[in-house]
Ligand binder design. Sequence first.
Ligand code: BES
Ligand code: MG
Ligand code: ZN
Length: 514
Amino acid sequence: MQVIIDFVGDQFLNADLKVFTAFQKNSPAPAKGKTNTAKPTSSVSIDHWKDQGLKEEFRGLKSAATFKAAKDETLSFTGATGETVWVVGLGDRTKFSAEDLRKVVAKIFRGAKSSKFTKIAFDVPGLNTLKNEVLAVKLMAESMGMTDYTFDKYKSKKSEAVESIVIFSHVEKKNKVNIDKALASVKNLTESINLIKDFVNEAPNVLHSEEYARRIEADVKKNLKGVKVKILNKAAIQKEKMGLFLSVNAGSGYEPRLVHLTYEPARATSKTKHIALVGKGITFDTGGYSMKPAANMAGMKNDMAGSATVYGAFRAAVLEKAPVKITCILAITDNAVNSFATFPDAIVTGRNGKTVEILNTDAEGRLVLADAIDYACDQNPHYIIDAATLTGACLVALGNQVCAILGNDQKWMNEIMDAAKAQDEYMWQLPIINEWRQDIKSKVADIKNIGSPMRAGTAIGAAFIEEFVKNDIKWAHLDVAGVVEAQSHLPYCSAHGASGLIVRTLTHLLVNGK
Ligand code: BES
Ligand code: MG
Ligand code: ZN
């Protein structure tokens, strides 16, 4: 899909669908110093439309008289030259937000696609609540970039692609540089988001650990110039004494992989911040000997989504030439069973020398993260973020809309939550209290990998991981179990399959210096 910014209007003319927006009339005027010229027949504010002819046509419509421009109210008519025109209500101008724009544009895009329009043109709304049009164009392109995703590689019948989107700009042409820059950033971001959605959606018989690492390596080599790639195979992981990571891989037909990527900005100094991203990459989670019941097992191909999320953010941040040093560590294996698989009751030593009583082999994410985080600490980052589909308890606590954040440094967590807010992604902090740290003490080893049944599961998982953060490094843990899939409330995500959420938050954090 191509996004074209049209300053003149000639591209706009050729579209088969033209989309206009309207605010409710009780809203304030669109721009300072402009008078409201709408005729009394129209009860909505459309002064911002650039196409004067269609403006008149709309005002002449009988149906326009009852059109109130309430949020999502849509009026359709055929223009004088035969094109379809949609007028979409945006509600109260003063309440209209960036996220509202993402959502409405995604809905329009889906509607246009299902009505088989291939050349869609938008007359940019007078979004004066969004401060400037460059931002509006950016959000529109971002929304459509995310929405324009289908995972149909295994379908005999593919869905038809939208050819082009024309955005009829209201800004002076001299602003073109800013718009071009914004669109290039959007492309970096949405391509990264859609790539990792492919990883998450890919079937586990295809995307096993070895193949996943190969695909990431190929993508880095092709698209991320200057990034150092190191991939540890089983022998190298054994050499690193990552006993916990290996215990999860013990029952697998595939080798584990530890992907280690490093990016340094061009003008790095001794003051440059260094952030390590660590991701849980379980390509399929059967639960191991503590096996999941069938109903809970299907869907566990997404148990590598934490790793995909951090890789997506790493990728976008590198393409955006983020001003920070970034280490990205992905711990990849499946959690399967054979006669070598780890038994519940096993006692295993981690890379940092701590012994762990593995009482439940389904609490495997924390085991792979434990060794990966200890390894990440040895790269001397100032900050660590790990992302993992760690606990079903996270869905109980926060539903499938909110990402949980826990950690050892409030300021660091606040910065991440601020980034989430800036990107309109839901994130909420859960505590780690000392009592829960006590709950993972083992009678026979240093710690055990589960706490009391049905008690604060998400925080127990975080308390376990915290044991492996060393050198007082500031660390935050994101439990993305709920948000990586099925976001039916967000029209720019698919109703089923990978959501690509949290990539925006992390990219924002990295690109803005942290
Ligand atoms: N991958 C699961 C967590 C999960 C469950 C993610 C449902 C998404 C949806 C994780 O490895 C797991 O099995 N966790 C256990 C931990 C328990 C054994 C302490 C869980 O949540 O039941
Ligand atoms: Mg599990
Ligand atoms: Zn898991």
